[in-house]
Structures are given as structure tokens and as C-alpha cells.
Write a protein that binds this ligand. Structure first.
Ligand code: ZN
Length: 115
């Protein structure tokens, strides 16, 4: 007969009794373990979401309707972060999207495209 391997709670290290697939001794240990595991990832997701939200607000504020043009400098001054976008349409030049708002950068000019 195979002897049962002794397992310990991933959070507090206490010996686990009961089901063989158990990883934590209780729900609070499970929450504590998973909160710590995802804390760094959630912080980074929050930081990027704030950048995208800010970019979206800047583009939304510039748009009157249809297609609008501005300078890259104007976006830069307003705090636009050119490193982040939600999707990319690989045309020449490529169309970057911040959610539903597209924009194309052609040298110093930015063309904003809305649906
Ligand atoms: Zn525990």
C-alpha cells in the first residue's frame, strides 16, 4: 500500500488533512496566497489601464467629429503616452487604436480616426 504524501498549506505551511488535492488549510490562507501572487500583476495592469484611460481622454477631447489632425507635440504636451495602445492595424503608416479611437502618426502630424 502506497503511503500518503504529507502536504502543507501553500500559505502558512501547516500540514494539510483531508482531500489529497487540497492546497490551503482554509479560505483565508487561499486568499492571502492568491492576493500576494497577483498583487504585482494587478499593480502593473492598473498602471497600464491608467495610461490608456488618459490617452483616450486626450484623444476624445481633441476630436470634434470624423477625422481630426493635430501635432505629435500637442499630444505629448497633454501627457499622451505613445508607447501604449490597445491594438494596431498594420497599414503604412500603421493605425494605432486606443479602444475605439484610431490614430496615425505621419512625421509630426497625428490623424485621429473615429468610427
Ligand atoms: Zn494555511
Amino acid at each position: 500500500m502506497k503511503e500518503r504524501e504529507i502536504k502543507h498549506c501553500l500559505e502558512c505551511g501547516k500540514e494539510l488533512l483531508g482531500r489529497i488535492d487540497k492546497k490551503y488549510c482554509n479560505d483565508s490562507c487561499k486568499s492571502a496566497f492568491l492576493n500576494r501572487k497577483y498583487r504585482v500583476a494587478n499593480r502593473e495592469i492598473g498602471r497600464i489601464n491608467r495610461i490608456l484611460k488618459n490617452n483616450h481622454k486626450i484623444l476624445s477631447d481633441i476630436i470634434v467629429d470624423g477625422v481630426y489632425e493635430c501635432s505629435t507635440r500637442e499630444l505629448f504636451i497633454k501627457g499622451f503616452n505613445f508607447d501604449y495602445f490597445t491594438s494596431l492595424d498594420p497599414q503604412a503608416p500603421p493605425v494605432m487604436y486606443c479602444y475605439e479611437i484610431g490614430y496615425q502618426i505621419n512625421s509630426e502630424r497625428v490623424w485621429i480616426i473615429t468610427a
